[in-house]
Every structure is written in structure tokens, then in C-alpha cells.
Design a protein around this ligand. Structure first.
Ligand code: TXA
Ligand code: MG
Length: 348
């Protein structure tokens, strides 16, 4: 298959959106930018089109897709009922990086929800995404546009690395602004529950709807506690080299990482280090990448996946990372980093 690349880095182009919408309505696959990560889109109400997404990504079929909509009214057709909290959250955070789990209607095929009676719904905050959803019939199922298990794509180049020749079109809207997938909140529970942390924090949700829990499966060290979002149980976002998170007092972390990289060097191997603007000058014996500034947590979130891909390209032997417990997005950043590391932590 030839994958068409549509350049919309300078803004939405109507002719390209029309062609992309046509592909979606005929059951094809179009990758497109959102504010979080690039999505791999297909008609969410067409079981055959959803099935193609699983095939293109190599994704397990029990891992449900998020249905993307462009206006609030569209939610009625795909959900059984909408608790008051759904409207409150939509008014506050949509369009934006929040996904809500609700009871699905018969209009949504089980192929889209991985066999579940619930559906994940999100209204993305990106002009290209919103235009494509409207042109494609109003309901676009879209997981992150990476091969299953690889880091999520934050540029069209990342999408092309994984999907060139496999899907119909990639729309290039330039680098995304947030860089981590949306917060997922389950509204089918008595108390709403976060199934995946993201830019919208637990505190921000509580300010709007009161009590909100965090899925125990996300924080538990005990692997028998399964996370409730099927996708969260897979090792994910994984770079090719083993990744270790080094935790502790800042000075000790630097000393520990330098000792580890020196030992690696002695064996004739080149390790990678994930540092920050504040610390990247303090490391040796390694390929050092700054993920961003500790003073600007958005920069850390935005660069995480690109750095993991960059270390794949540089073929480092092992990666050591500082940890990033930042105020708003810390839980989301550390959730992705811990998964990429397969929970391997070294205490300095
Ligand atoms: O930011 C995002 O959410 C991006 C962009 C493209 O919108 N999409 C995304 O999709 O991250 P994906 O497929 O990579 O992750 C969807 C997650 C998975 O962990 C999946 O298991 C969970 O959402 N999920 C989807 N539907 C669900 C449901 N009905 N119940 C529980 N979890 C669900
Ligand atoms: Mg994903």
C-alpha cells in the first residue's frame, strides 16, 4: 500500500481533509495529529474498519479503542446514558485531553470496544483532528498511531517509522503540544475512577465533580492487581534497550548514574542517560539527552516518547533515567516512564 503524506504543518487544508474524510468513510485508515499524541483513525461505527486498526498496530483485540467526537451532541448516539458528571467534565475540559468511559449504545460495534459494554469517548483539542472527525462521519476510533508496544508518536515522522506502507494516509500537523495520552476517567463506577493519568490531574477532576479515585492496578506493585483499562496491563512505550529509573536525592542520583555509565563503558558499550536541562552537563561516559527543564514540566512530557525513540536509533546498550515527580503531570510522566522501564528502579 502507498501511504499518502498530507502536509498541514501550516494549518488545516480543506482539500486534504476532504480526501482524508473520504478514506475514513470508505473504511480506510488515516493517521492524524491531536494535542496529546498522533492517532490512527478509522470509522468507529464500522466493525471492519476498527478491525483494520488492530491489524495495522499488531494490537491485541481485547484492547478497546477511544471514539473521538467533534461536538457534545454526538455523544448521544454512542452512549446509553450520560451521568451529570459527564456534562460537567465536558463543559470544563472538552475539547481537550480527557477521555470518559460510559455505557455504550448498540450503535458502537464490539470490535471497537474490545468486547466491552462500555465505550471510551474523547473530543480532541486540535483543528485538524476536529475537521477530520466531521469529514469522516462524526465518530473516529483512534488509538495512538504506533506499532503496539513502541513509544507513542508525537510527530508525523514517528508515525511514518511505524506505519508507512501499512495505512492509507498520514496528516502531518507538526509536533504535538502535550506529548502524553489523554487522562482516562471511568464514569460507570459509583465513584469516578482514573484508569490512566494524563495532563488533566486527579485534583483538576476533583475540582469539578468531587471525589475521584485512582485505579489501584495503576499504582500497585502487586502485579496480580490488574488495571481496569485493558491497555494498561501491557508492557508499553518500550525502548529496545533496557531502561532503569534511578531514584533518590539529586546529587546521589548523578553519582550513581555516572558510576553505572563508567562501568558500562569499561565493557566497551555506550549507554544513554535521560537528564534535564539542569543536570545534563553533569554526566559522562554516555549519550546524554535532556528531556526538558524541571522548571517546565510540560517540556518533560512533550519530549519523553521522542527521546525513547532517539535512543533506539542511537542503539545504546542500556538507558538510565532520572525520575520526574512534577506537580501536575508527574503521575502521568512517571506512569509512562515506569512502564517503559518495566518497573526497574535503582535506588541511589
Ligand atoms: O490521547 C489519547 O487518548 C490518544 C489520542 C490519539 O486520542 N489515544 C490513545 O489511544 O491513547 P490508545 O488506544 O493508545 O489508548 C486507549 C486506552 C487503552 O489503555 C484502552 O485499554 C483504554 O484506553 N480503553 C479504551 N476503551 C476502554 C473502555 N471501554 N474501558 C476501559 N478502558 C478503555
Ligand atoms: Mg497507545
Amino acid at each position: 500500500m502507498i501511504t499518502v503524506l498530507e502536509d498541514m504543518r501550516n494549518g488545516v487544508r480543506e482539500d486534504g481533509i476532504r480526501r482524508a474524510g473520504e478514506i475514513v468513510r470508505q473504511g480506510g485508515l488515516v493517521a492524524f495529529p491531536t494535542e496529546t499524541v498522533y492517532g490512527l483513525g478509522a470509522d468507529a461505527l464500522d466493525a471492519g474498519a476498527s478491525a483494520k486498526i488492530y491489524q495495522a498496530k499488531g494490537r491485541p483485540s481485547d484492547n478497546p479503542l477511544i471514539v473521538h467526537i467533534a461536538d457534545w451532541e454526538a455523544i448521544e448516539r454512542i452512549t446509553e446514558d450520560r451521568p451529570a458528571q459527564a456534562r460537567l467534565l465536558a463543559d470544563m475540559f472538552w475539547p481537550g485531553p480527557l477521555t470518559m468511559i460510559l455505557k455504550k449504545s448498540a450503535a458502537v460495534p464490539y470490535a471497537t470496544t474490545g468486547g466491552l459494554d462500555t465505550v471510551a469517548v474523547r473530543m480532541p483539542d486540535h483543528p485538524i483532528a476536529l475537521a477530520l472527525i466531521r469529514a469522516g462521519g462524526g465518530y473516529i476510533a483512534a488509538p495512538s498511531a504506533n506499532t503496539s508496544g513502541r513509544p507513542s508518536p508525537t510527530t508525523a515522522q514517528h508515525v511514518a517509522e511505524d506505519m508507512d506502507g501499512v495505512i492509507d494516509m498520514i496528516i502531518d500537523g507538526g509536533p504535538v503540544s502535550i506529548g502524553l495520552e489523554s487522562t482516562i476517567v471511568d464514569l460507570t463506577e459509583e465513584t469516578p475512577m482514573i484508569l490512566r493519568p494524563g495532563y488533566i490531574s486527579q485534583e483538576m477532576l476533583r475540582d469539578v465533580i468531587g471525589s475521584v479515585k485512582m485505579d489501584r492496578g495503576l499504582i500497585s506493585e502487586d502485579s496480580s492487581v490488574r488495571p481496569k483499562a485493558p491497555g494498561m496491563k501491557y508492557r508499553h512505550y518500550a525502548p529496545r534497550a533496557p531502561l532503569f529509573i534511578v531514584e533518590g536525592d539529586r546529587q546521589r542520583v548523578q553519582e550513581k548514574i555516572n558510576a553505572l555509565t563508567a562501568a558500562e563503558n569499561k565493557k566497551g558499550r555506550m549507554p544513554g542517560v535521560i537528564a534535564t536541562d539542569e543536570t545534563s552537563g553533569s554526566y559522562a561516559h554516555a549519550i546524554v539527552e535532556s528531556i526538558g527543564s524541571r522548571a517546565d514540566e510540560r517540556s518533560i512530557a512533550r519530549h519523553l516518547y521522542a527521546i525513547l525513540r532517539e535512543f533506539d536509533r542511537r542503539e545504546v546498550s542500556v538507558i538510565y533515567s532520572e525520575s520526574f515527580e512534577t506537580p501536575q503531570m508527574g503521575p502521568a510522566i512517571m506512569n509512562r516512564l515506569m512502564k517503559a522501564a518495566g518497573h526497574q528502579v535503582i535506588y541511589a
